[in-house]
Design a protein around this ligand. Sequence first.
Ligand SMILES: [Zn+2]
Length: 262
Amino acid sequence: MNLITINCFLYAFIVLSIGSYAAAFTARWPIKNIYLWEKEAHLLLSLPFSKSPPDKIGKKRSHCFQCNHPLAWQDLIPLLSYLMLKGSCRYCKTAISYRYPAIELLHLACCLPLLWIFSGDIYQLTLHTLLVSALITAAAIDLEHQLIPDECSTIALACALLINLPTNMLETSVLGMTIGYGLIYILRWIYLTFRGQEGIGLGDAKVIAAIGAWLGLSGLTPLLLCASLSGILYTVLMNRNGSKYMAFGPFLIFSAMLVFYF
Ligand SMILES: [Zn+2]
């Protein structure tokens, strides 16, 4: 086995492990936040609240959500464990959520080309991998809950600025971030003023700020064009005209990957 193949396998394993953590985050972040919102609502209404807090992400040993059985190392190998266990828990045989293999595979598909693009540049490779992972995590949570965690947009934004810091792209990066956020903020304000409801969430504005900082000012036009067109196409194809809410984050993130790679 030559060095390139070893590097490729090692990077794929690291990316799958990050994907595995991201998948666990997409399952646990909503549980933690629903608990906090319920607690806050009870406090506001001066009602008793006795629900015990959920485990902190990464603090308790990984366990089955159904039977609570702690998972052994052989149950935690990204992708392989899911395939070997045929998608069900080793102990209680309950089906494991498809989010784990889906998010891990998405990480692999979106990150593997980075190894060729940034071959030999560990700084850019690491930051791009973390940025892409944060965006995939945001898209998954937005798709499921119509919410984008600040944790994801903050990591993506920090990585985007650090990516462009040592290059001559820093100015366009800052402009991309500011104009991207400002544009969505103004559109949101106009819609809110004239229609009395939110047309687009601030979570989307934060994600656009991060993507704007990554792709620069020139990336904003193809990004918004591609995200809007794919959103419209999805609405028409899935016949979602009657639905009130639709997550825009996944279209933004899908478009950002297209603009970056093509
Ligand atoms: Zn189980």
